[in-house]
Write a protein that binds this ligand. Structure first.
Ligand SMILES: C[S@@+](CC[C@H](N)C(=O)[O-])C[C@H]1O[C@@H](n2cnc3c(N)ncnc32)[C@H](O)[C@@H]1O
Length: 335
């Protein structure tokens, strides 16, 4: 995955500044996210240097994650074509860029963000967008913890934001976001145990409120993952030279891990199963851990399984499982 070229160019222009200062700001931001430095009243990035550091270090990865989620949502919600988008805790409008890459017919975008410097950066980046909906997006400087009543859109997204809210506020925002969604609510969080717990709690509440889970879960039942386990996925992000310098690594890519939920007001077409860990290819067989309506299952697919084996060889962590399960020889066993 790489960023849309217009976004990449606009971002590179923003980052043509004192590299040393940017490097320092990235290190400080990372320390705040790792919990090694105080986020000053829950504010992780508020100065100009900090929001640029966010854009440099995190935007490509959060874009990759949320775009992956939107692609899966499009797969599961066959006739869903949002005309309006509401992005809560929008940052530099990362999720809106990703949404327009998947649904270019979105006509109206509303971005809610608390930090004025983030809004300024988001506006400068959006000026380079090929989509009028993004160039002309409405930015609202609001604290989402105080509520988002009165806002509505076909698609509502909260990407990497629940974790920045106080624990008492998350559940209320999830409910308000659900009410604001005319059709679909998408939540994305870091792929950590804490990020997953927030997604799992939101899922439980949204199902009580009548939501249809479109992805990643293949069912509406209680999450079958046991204590200490967490459902998350990964997207590979290409690193630019600057990105490598800032992250202090030599690798040409990084894997962004995330947890997510796509909740729909209308029945969706969830997958029959979901590959919830990296598949393990062995000589002559592939092992897959699947979440299914019957719980978590280990599927062992041998070469003899023909088309299923060919699918299993290509399956990735996060892939939807749409096949018939084999009856003999390759039968799933409890994981
Ligand atoms: C980690 S960033 C995520 C930005 C963007 N959604 C993305 O996926 O890249 C979290 C954003 O939420 C904003 N935010 C945090 N708490 C907020 C609040 N209470 N009201 C509005 N925005 C908030 C932060 O200022 C920041 O821009």
């Amino acid at each position: 995955m790489s960023l849309p070229s217009s976004l990449l160019q606009a971002l590179q222009q923003e980052l043509e500044q004192d590299r040393e200062a940017l490097l320092r700001a990235v290190e400080e931001l990372s320390a705040r996210y790792r919990g090694e430095a105080s986020p000053r009243g829950g504010r992780f990035a508020s100065t100009r240097a900090e929001v640029l550091a966010y854009a440099a270090a995190r935007l490509p990865a959060t874009f990759a994650a949320v775009q992956g989620v939107f692609l899966e949502a499009a797969e599961r919600l066959h006739r869903f074509s949002p005309g309006t988008l509401l992005d809560l805790g929008a940052g530099p409008a990362t999720a809106a860029w990703a949404a327009l890459a998947v649904w270019p017919d979105i006509q109206r975008v509303v971005l809610v963000e608390r930090e004025p410097e983030m809004i300024r950066l988001g506006r400068r980046l959006a000026a380079a967008a090929p989509h009028a909906a993004l160039r002309e997006a409405a930015w609202m400087r609001l604290d989402v913890a105080a509520g988002v009543a009165g806002l509505e859109a076909d698609l509502v997204v909260a990407s990497y934001v629940l974790g920045e809210l106080g624990p008492g506020t998350v559940a209320a925002l999830v409910e308000q976001a659900w009410r604001a969604a005319r059709e679909v609510l998408v939540l994305v969080e870091p792929g950590t145990p804490a990020g997953f717990r927030r997604i799992a709690a939101a899922r439980e509440r949204l199902i009580q409120l009548g939501a249809f889970v479109a992805a990643p879960c293949p069912h509406q039942e209680a999450c079958p993952l046991g204590e200490g386990d967490w459902c998350h996925f990964a997207r590979r992000v290409q690193r630019s030279r600057l990105h490598r310098q800032l992250k202090g690594g030599e690798l040409a890519y990084e894997d962004e891990k995330y947890s997510y939920l796509v909740a729909s007001k209308r029945p969706a077409a969830p997958a029959r199963g979901r590959v919830i860990r990296r598949p393990r290819a062995h000589k002559g067989h592939v092992e897959l851990d699947l979440c299914t309506p019957g719980g978590v299952e280990r599927l062992v697919v041998s070469r003899k399984a023909g088309a299923l084996y060919r699918w299993a060889r290509k399956a990735q962590w996060g892939s939807a499982f749409e096949n018939e399960k084999p009856r003999n020889g390759n039968s799933p066993s409890g994981a």
